[in-house]
Design a protein around this ligand. Structure first.
Ligand SMILES: Cc1ncc(COP(=O)(O)O)c(C=O)c1O
Length: 348
């Protein structure tokens, strides 16, 4: 007798990660921070190393308290996860297993779809309109969970907070997730975020330390949710999924607001320059509020190869549900020099 996976598992297309570049300045496929983490993170992790023979705090109590104070919510409303991807998976297990229904954009952030399908749920994708969430159509779809990614990945586009509020008030889905992985790169993050709407109830906001804080390799993110949802997901998770070094690093990163502001300002300027360079050769990138720009190209594979020849790795759109596009993360200053010459010689 051989053991077979559950019949639907092999039907779920696996996640295709971005390929790192040959060096720091050429890695533009995964929306990581080109300026790295705050120097305080390393100091904090070095101290925490003394205790790695102990299990981590299962609930990341200190970090949770700091996040609760930062967002003006109660600690019971916060759940810290091994990257926000883990939290998306916990939501799927807790609320979507065995027949749950999800409504999301088409294309969606891939993990929202994959997590749903892996637990035997169904995804209803509502096509983007000009690269933007069609919240009005999504609101009319009956579902257990609605995923709104704002700014969206892979397009970088946003809907205003007023639009998100209207969606939250009118949606037929029982619960909504507003994924704000890239919110700090918006022109006005406080204005764009749905966190202030949490008193409406019935939804949660996802955040990550992987982007503006530059901690993608530590794997840490969090959910701000109604306390009863955080409590359910706490029962689903493995108790020690967030390691001690990640907790220490995230706490230091959260405290260093100057570093965050530095990364933010760099990203906004680099995004503007990247967008202008692409427009200057006649391409039409999406209006991005994230730390990347998605652009339609005449030949996706040829464009990705051309960038690679200029020592820049970008993300081919096919893996993101956008064939005929490439997604380019904002680079460092040195990366921008390479990118500029690659864009200016891009075959058209
Ligand atoms: C929209 C969105 N949500 C969540 C994540 C996952 O972030 P994490 O590294 O915290 O798992 C990403 C990562 O690229 C993302 O683009």
């Amino acid at each position: 007798m051989t053991l077979a996976p559950r019949p639907w598992i092999l039907d779920v297309p696996p996640y295709v990660p971005g390929v790192p570049g040959g060096d720091e300045d050429g890695s533009l496929a995964s929306n990581e921070s080109p300026l790295g983490a705050s120097p305080e993170v390393g100091v904090s992790i070095a101290k925490a190393v003394d205790n790695i023979h102990r299990y981590p705090d299962p609930l990341a109590t200190e970090l949770r308290a700091a996040l609760a104070a930062h967002h003006g919510v109660r600690p019971e409303q916060i759940l810290v996860g091994n990257g926000s991807d883990e939290l998306i998976m916990l939501l799927a297990i807790g609320y979507l297993a065995q027949g749950g229904q999800v409504v999301c954009a088409e294309p969606a952030y891939r993990i929202d779809e994959i997590s749903t399908q892996l637990v035997g749920g169904t995804v209803h994708g509502v096509p983007l309109v000009d690269g933007v969430h069609d919240l009005e159509t999504m609101a009319a779809v009956e579902a257990d969970v609605a995923y709104v990614v704002n700014p969206h990945n892979p397009t970088g586009t946003t809907r205003s907070r007023a639009d998100v509020e209207r969606f939250l008030r009118t949606r037929r889905a029982r619960f909504a997730i507003v994924d704000e992985a890239y919110i700090d790169f918006c022109d006005d993050p406080a204005e764009a975020s749905a966190i202030g709407l949490l008193p409406l109830g019935g939804f949660a906001v996802l955040r990550t330390f992987s982007k503006v804080y530059g901690l993608a390799g530590l794997r840490i993110g969090y959910l701000v949710a109604p306390a009863e949802v955080a409590d359910v997901l706490r029962r689903v998770r493995t108790p020690f999924s967030v390691n001690a070094l990640a907790q220490a690093g995230a706490l230091a990163a959260l405290r260093d607001r100057d570093h965050l502001e530095l990364v933010r300002r760099h990203a906004l300027a680099a995004r503007e320059e990247l967008t202008a360079e692409l427009r200057a050769i006649g391409l039409a990138p999406y209006a991005s509020q994230a730390n990347f720009v998605l652009v339609p190209v005449p030949d996706e594979a040829a464009a990705a190869e051309h960038f690679a020849r200029h020592e820049v790795r970008v993300r081919p759109g096919t893996a993101l549900g956008m064939p005929g596009h490439v997604r380019i993360s904002v680079p460092s200053a040195r990366g921008m020099v390479r990118l500029r010459s690659a864009i200016r010689t891009l075959p058209r």
